[in-house]
Design a protein around this ligand. Structure first.
Ligand code: ATP
Length: 354
């Protein structure tokens, strides 16, 4: 028999007066999975994490840890370690005392002293020998690693991380996310991670839920989210995208001819997994900037360079095409009038509008 998921949300709703922060949300997180909630400000990510941690109670719906309903179970009895955005270390305690504080919630020690356990945890978060340091003398990233060690001290089943990197600068965030992922994999601990940063979500997660208005718009692996968004919202939220809208003029097997802004474009419908698309339908499809081909022959569009940002590895060029903006990523500098195109197979249908 398959074991229960490590964590399940079943039709969870949380209202605050007129506001529905979480709206009939159902999720299932597997044992050892790194699961991320991502979405714009106010979409309900933090509330969802607080519901899982037990700091809030659902208005309706249920939450299960390993098949056990945790309704009414207080946070300290939920077997979850939590790390918040602000380090929340105790400033009057040393690093070792902060980590050892987490051990107060652990089962009685089994032959390992608190000092040994603290040392193990500090090794795990790559801060060996920092026991006697004052937390204020550590960098923001180091403080967050101490906070992780403290959260992991009781040996929780689930690790909950609420924007733990948002107070750090970009370089530190990149380093810390790799460390967080390594620690998670080393312990094989089920983790729910909240971030508003879609790049971070793609970089660290096994699966990601893109949230919108209190619910999950799409739950998928980073690769599928990027390459197979199931809605326009996800297509635009995850990475850069070019969105086209047009009317289907002909369908031949999987290839559709779509009239968009007076151009006739050929689109492969292969990625569309809902009901069939017929002549006369209006559809929206997207093409990633890196799939736009400068000087390409298929779906050739005449455009003018509006601006270019040199990003090192590539240049992100904004083009004007018939009054609309198109994004292209290229290695070659572009200037003036250009022709860009895309392979029909690189067009991904995200919506049927009518
Ligand atoms: P952010 O990225 O800005 O932190 P979020 O996705 O984490 O946003 P939440 O903090 O979960 O979003 O908030 C979801 C909605 O619920 C928002 O409209 C918010 O104003 C509202 N909300 C959250 N907590 C409360 C509360 N305690 N009382 C009233 N409204 C709340």
């Amino acid at each position: 028999m398959a074991s229960d998921p490590a964590l399940e949300l079943d039709g969870v709703t949380r209202r605050y007066g007129e506001t529905t922060a979480v709206d009939d949300l159902s999720l299932s997180v597997a044992e050892g999975e790194f699961f991320t909630l991502v979405g714009p400000s106010g979409c309900g990510k933090t509330t969802t994490l607080r519901l899982i941690a037990g700091f809030e109670a659902p208005t309706s719906g249920s939450i299960r840890f390993g098949g056990r309903d945790v309704a009414g179970v207080p946070p300290e009895d939920r077997d979850a370690g939590v790390v918040f955005q602000n380090y929340a270390l105790f400033p009057h305690m040393t690093v070792a005392e902060n980590v050892a504080y987490g051990l107060n919630f652990a089962d009685p020690p089994s032959g390992v002293s608190d000092d040994e356990r603290v040392a193990e945890l500090l090794d795990l978060v790559d801060l060996p020998g920092t026991q006697d340091r004052d937390p204020a003398s550590l960098s923001g990233g180091q403080q967050q690693r101490v906070a992780m060690a403290r959260a992991l001290a009781p040996g929780p089943e689930v690790l909950l991380l609420d924007e733990p990197m948002s107070a750090l600068d970009a370089k530190l965030r990149e380093q810390l996310r790799v460390q967080v992922r390594n620690i998670q994999q080393e312990l094989d601990i089920t983790t729910v991670y909240v971030t508003h940063d879609q790049e971070e979500a793609l970089a660290v997660s096994d699966r990601v839920a893109v949230m919108r208005d209190g619910t999950a718009e799409q739950v998928a692996t980073p690769r599928d989210l990027y390459h197979r968004p199931t809605s326009r919202f996800v297509a635009e939220f995850i990475g850069d995208n070019n969105l086209f809208e047009g009317q289907v003029r002909a369908v031949n097997e999987k290839l559709a001819t779509v009239e968009a802004d007076e151009e006739s474009l050929t689109v492969d419908l292969g990625s569309w997994n809902e009901e069939s698309i017929s002549v006369g339908d209006r559809i929206a499809f997207c093409v990633r900037p890196e799939a736009m081909v400068v000087g390409g022959d298929s779906n050739r569009l005449g455009a003018t360079v509006e601006s270019a940002e040199f990003l090192g590895e590539t240049t992100r060029v904004t083009l004007d095409w018939a009054g609309r903006q198109l994004l292209v990523r290229t290695r070659e500098p572009l200037d003036g009038d250009v022709a860009v195109g895309f392979d029909p197979a690189d067009a991904h249908v995200v919506e049927r509008l009518s």
